[in-house]
Design a protein around this ligand. Structure first.
Ligand code: UFG
Length: 325
């Protein structure tokens, strides 16, 4: 079975590719390398292209028989999406629209879509999939728009889709081969680790006046390899059931919330290095708390995360970051 991974040179995408290869799948990657890294490209078949580029994508589909798609290619920064929402709509929504057209043109039935906890906005935790989605940022709106587009496309064309709403992806592959490496880093754990490495002087804590137990934002951090295993379970389920118009939506989180301060403390414990911090204004678009209930995917797909301790997750990130060039 040959799987197309869009955004396969990115953080989560590259972990997905490695997981598929480990499980014996053939993998084709498409990535425009706008945010991904060439050194994270682990499959032999790699197309450097924008998924909206119909000519490049026609070549890819003509040269490979694709059995299923795992679709990561997207912009994913909450803060940036508030400054440049149209960039997000164009890349995330139009990009997926194109993917759906290719699926129709080439008779591809199954897609796993990389959605986000950002679709929920301010919701009381633990968040279940059936609470109403009400994003507080443009990024979350684009993910919700795509989920809805998938629903209608699924009804009309018989496409099967699974939308996985990730909470905060964290950590690195146990081998240390790939990890969280971006051209510009904005995420909490890698920035805290860069403070530990002395690359950044201090961590700015974006707001300490949220309605949470210590005033800083609470998030649910889930290991990137556990995210990858969930995608494959979803794809296999759709392929094995061989139905038309299946649609599944699942949360993927650890079901545990950590405040920014708690993450800083966990980073100190893992690295044994003091992390200098400074309180800064809130970042636009940030909800106070996002913690998952992941019961549905555990029950329906038998997903079982391997990493259950935040310090173990941070330790994998630390191993990679220390070696990162
Ligand atoms: N934070 C800081 N200082 C920093 C960086 C982050 O205080 O230097 C805070 C943020 O304000 C937030 C928390 O740490 O409260 C986590 O921020 P990240 O930037 O690491 O992650 P986000 O929660 O903003 O977003 C991530 C993904 C999104 C996804 C979301 C789902 O980037 O794609 O998780 O929860 F939608």
């Amino acid at each position: 079975m040959s799987i197309l991974v869009t955004g396969g040179a990115g953080y989560i995408g590259s972990h997905m590719v490695l997981h598929l290869l480990e499980k014996g799948y053939e993998v084709v990657i498409v990535d425009d390398l706008s945010t991904g890294n060439m050194e994270a490209v682990l499959a032999n078949k790699f197309y450097k292209a924008d998924i909206k580029d119909e000519k490049a994508m026609a070549k890819l589909f003509d040269e490979n028989k694709i059995d299923g798609i795992i679709h990561f290619a997207a912009f994913s920064l909450v803060g940036e999406s508030m400054q440049e929402p149209l960039k997000y709509y164009e890349n995330n929504v139009t990009g997926t629209l194109q993917i759906l057209k290719y699926m129709n043109d080439y008779g591809i039935k199954n897609i796993v879509f990389s959605s986000s906890a950002a679709v929920y906005g301010e919701s009381s935790s633990p968040i279940k999939e059936n609470v109403s989605a009400n994003p507080t940022n443009a990024y979350g709106e684009t993910k919700l728009a795509v989920e809805r587009m998938l629903k209608w496309a699924s009804k009309a064309y018989g496409i099967n889709f699974t939308a996985l709403r990730y909470f905060n992806a964290a950590g690195s592959h146990a081998s240390g081969r790939i990890g969280e490496k971006r051209k510009i880093e904005t995420h909490l754990i890698p920035i805290a680790l860069d403070v530990a490495l002395g690359k950044i002087e201090k961590l700015l804590i974006f707001g300490d006046d949220y309605d949470t137990f210590d005033g800083t934002c609470i998030r649910d951090y889930i290991h990137v390899s556990d995210l990858a295993s969930a995608h494959l379970l979803a794809l296999e389920k759709m392929a094995n059931e061989n139905k038309c118009g299946m649609n599944m939506i699942y949360n993927l989180g650890s079901e545990k919330g950590f405040s920014v301060n708690q993450i800083v403390n966990a980073v100190k414990e893992v690295t044994h290095i003091n992390i200098k911090t400074m309180i800064a204004p809130r970042r636009l678009g940030d909800p106070a708390e996002l913690v998952a209930s992941s019961e549905k995917i555990k029950k329906e797909l038998g997903w079982l995360p391997q990493y259950t301790d935040i310090k173990d997750i941070i330790a994998t990130a630390w191993e990679f970051r220390k070696k990162m060039r």
